[in-house]
Ligand binder design. Structure first.
Ligand code: GTP
Ligand code: MG
Length: 204
């Protein structure tokens, strides 16, 4: 995917602030510090358009990035960060749930998992929740560069087993350090968006 244009649009805290141009949206969900913002930067070949940090809990709003005037990446606040207060956690939970359940332009959720460890209880609940509501999802196992080559297959298998992924759910090995998986993920994303287009043509 050639990136001609990428811009930050807005940090939104509620639905009233969301864009109205009806471009398809690809949301990123995952634990705090798992590498969501880094993944966006890798996908769009910008070093620091999406703000990253080694301090968990950096992304606190829904951050919108418009790509090639074709689609949005929506960087959601991470879950599972213990140092966040209960009331803040509940507030984010409501915001994310609201977005995921009611946003018409949301076409796909990238559920980001740390490839180094088995999915956590929070990862499992998140995935079950996405499945329960029938949201289209791709699992991205990131930080693959931190794995020894000989461990790759085993770790991917553990992720599939722990989350009980159906065979048709894509699991993509990714690294924001090396760019591993970038093209593969773009291919999946573009296919998802195009499928939507074809579907709506058929219906018309
Ligand atoms: P929050 O905004 O807090 O939810 O975090 P996030 O999921 O956006 O994570 P972020 O992209 O800020 O990355 C967190 C840390 O992990 C940073 O120090 C990144 O440099 C590092 N990181 C992210 N992706 C990778 C990767 O693929 N490989 C390696 N080695 N480090 C990564
Ligand atoms: Mg972030």
């Amino acid at each position: 995917m050639k990136i001609k244009h990428a811009e930050f649009l807005i940090s939104a805290v509620g639905s009233a602030q969301l864009p109205t141009d009806a471009l398809p949206e690809i949301a990123l969900a995952g634990r705090s510090n798992v590498g969501k913002s880094s993944l966006i930067n890798t996908m769009i070949e910008r070093k620091n358009l999406a703000r990253t940090s080694s301090v968990p809990g950096k992304t606190q709003q829904m951050n919108y990035y418009r790509i090639n005037n074709q689609l949005y990446f929506v960087d959601l606040p991470g879950y599972g960060f213990a140092k966040v207060s209960k009331s803040q956690r509940e507030k984010w939970g409501r915001m994310i749930e609201n977005y995921l359940l009611s946003r018409e332009h949301l076409k796909l959720v990238l559920h980001i998992i740390d490839a180094r460890h088995p999915p956590t209880a929070d990862d499992q609940s998140m995935y079950e929740w996405l499945q329960h509501f029938g949201l289209p999802v791709i699992i991205v196992a990131t930080k693959m560069d931190k794995l020894r080559k000989t461990h790759v297959t085993r770790h991917l298998k553990i992720i599939r087993q722990t989350l009980q992924l159906e065979n048709e759910i894509p699991l993509i090995a990714f690294s924001s350090e090396t760019g591993l998986g970038r093209e593969e993920l773009w291919n999946h994303i573009l296919r998802f968006i195009q499928l939507e287009d074809q579907d709506s043509e058929v219906k018309r």
